[in-house]
Design a protein around this ligand. Structure first.
Ligand SMILES: [Fe+2]
Ligand SMILES: [Fe+2]
Length: 470
């Protein structure tokens, strides 16, 4: 095996060079990672120069270095946010204790599980998006896709570092498993449902980065509160990159909508598919799908696991440290929605058991902000997009499999199934139309006709910059 010069090949701020055992473990894992990247990362362009951002330190200047790089040579680094001196646990039974620098034996299995579940999502999305490079609407978009992909792979490195450094042999085995499960694999799928769905086209990609990467934001934000300090610091740094992924989604959908509005005005009709646009009804159906599968990622409305993770200090709430309450939640109640016969109602439950729902509520509020911005563009043509009811198209929790409409009514199951197919989720003809628009544009001066150009380029470069040397 060739030895790796970690300080040059793998930028890091965890002093890798001083830990021989850890180095050896990562040296054994690194070639497996590269094999995985080449086999299941982007289907093409692996030997092309891409204008990418690489983190080489956590400082203001260091975390966003731009330059051309071939993706297999990307410097996947390992970074923890700067430590907070004398950081204390901010919630749960250990509130006020010093944050943990090692894993307490009693929480080892639970912490490992949290790291593995988070880690599993990172390579999954790379696998889901691997064919999209064949149909990018512009070089700008192609570059953004690759940026998201290499950063998700860096997030995999972040979790693998924790597994190798803090979880011994089991951790090393789990790190290997992260490369063996594959998105959509019948025998060995990824752990969470949304990460086994296909991302067959760029409209799906933009909605995925808007809704599903945003779930990532909320999971990372609650793990960033963890009493286990290395996990907290890792997640804090990952959140910086995550913001770009959600930007790709939010701005991508804005640009699609902008083009849709232009075409509607030019042709004075909502039916713009014949003119190569994507109709608002189609956008709504794609939104319904990606939003509802992302809601499932938060888990059941009530959960003893979530309560235990919180009490133990493993996973906090969104913005835990800034909240003005007792951070124990032992006496508090929280309202969760439920299905009561053919009515959607709600009930008060102990707040500790409702932490999944509380995080989902925070997520929903965040999602709706982007939808409001999209609707400002759509206001020009008197249309709007809406987030469907939380009970719609769910596979997890109280609403799993229940015939709830996008506006929150419980209806006859046969009628619901028909509407699901014909009106509420992307129809076969939506998918066929969207796919028909997916022809690649690799000329830096051009862009596909179904999406507006971006307002600005990347890193102060012009929109027409050759972001990928094809
Ligand atoms: Fe990620
Ligand atoms: Fe992401």
């Amino acid at each position: 095996m060739t030895s790796v010069d970690y300080d040059t090949l793998i930028p890091n701020n965890v002093d890798l060079a001083s830990d021989r055992r850890l180095q050896r473990a990562l040296e054994a894992w690194q070639p497996k990672f590269i094999r995985w990247w080449k086999a299941l990362g982007p289907q093409a362009f692996q030997d092309r120069e891409v204008y990418l951002r690489t983190a080489v330190s956590v400082s203001q200047e260091g975390w966003a270095n731009f330059g051309y790089v071939k993706m297999p040579e990307y410097r996947w680094g390992i970074f923890l946010a700067d430590p907070v001196p004398d950081r204390k646990v901010s919630f749960g039974d250990h509130a006020g204790d010093p944050a943990w620098q090692e894993v307490p034996g009693e929480y080892r299995a639970d912490l490992r599980r949290l790291v593995v579940v988070q880690g599993d999502t990172e390579p999954a999305s790379v696998e889901q998006q691997r064919a999209l490079c064949m149909t990018a609407p512009s070089l700008y978009d192609l570059r953004n896709l690759f940026q998201v992909n290499v950063e998700e792979a860096r997030h995999l490195w972040a979790m693998v570092y924790l597994l190798h450094r803090y979880f011994g042999r089991d951790g090393r085995d789990e790190a290997d498993e992260l490369l063996l499960r594959h998105s959509g694999d019948e025998d060995n799928p990824r752990i969470l449902g949304a990460f086994n769905e296909e991302t067959p086209d760029w409209l799906s990609f933009f909605f995925f980065t808007y809704f599903t990467d945003r779930d990532g934001k909320f999971q990372l934000a609650s793990l960033k509160e963890s009493a286990f300090d290395p996990l907290a610091r890792t997640c804090e740094f990952m959140l910086k990159e995550e913001a770009h992924h959600m930007f790709v989604g939010a701005s991508g959908i804005s640009r699609v909508i902008q083009r849709t509005v232009e075409l509607m005005k030019a042709h004075d009709t909502e039916e713009i598919a014949p003119y190569g646009g994507i109709e608002v009804a189609t956008l709504q159906r794609y939104l319904n799908f990606h939003y509802s599968v992302s809601l499932d990622l938060f888990g059941a409305e009530t959960s003893t696991n979530a309560a235990n993770y919180f009490a133990a200090g493993l996973k906090g709430r969104f913005h835990e440290a800034e909240r003005n309450d007792d951070h124990h939640l032992k006496e508090d109640l929280y309202e969760v929605p439920q299905l009561d016969g053919d009515q959607v109602t709600s009930q008060q439950v102990p707040a500790l058991s409702a932490l999944n729902e509380a995080l989902r509520d925070d997520y929903i509020a965040d999602c709706s902000k982007g939808v409001e911005r999209w609707n400002r563009i759509l206001a020009e043509v008197g249309l709007q997009l809406v987030l469907p009811h939380v009970g719609f198209n769910r596979k997890v929790g109280a609403f799993a499999g229940q015939p709830v409409t996008p506006d929150g009514r419980v209806v006859d199951r046969a009628e619901w199934e028909r509407s699901l197919r014909e009106s509420w989720l992307p129809t076969d003809s939506d998918k066929a139309h969207v796919l028909s628009l997916m022809s690649p544009i690799y000329d830096p001066r051009r862009i596909a006709g179904w999406i507006a150009p971006p307002a600005t380029g990347i890193h102060a470069k012009p929109v027409e910059y050759e972001y990928v040397l094809v």
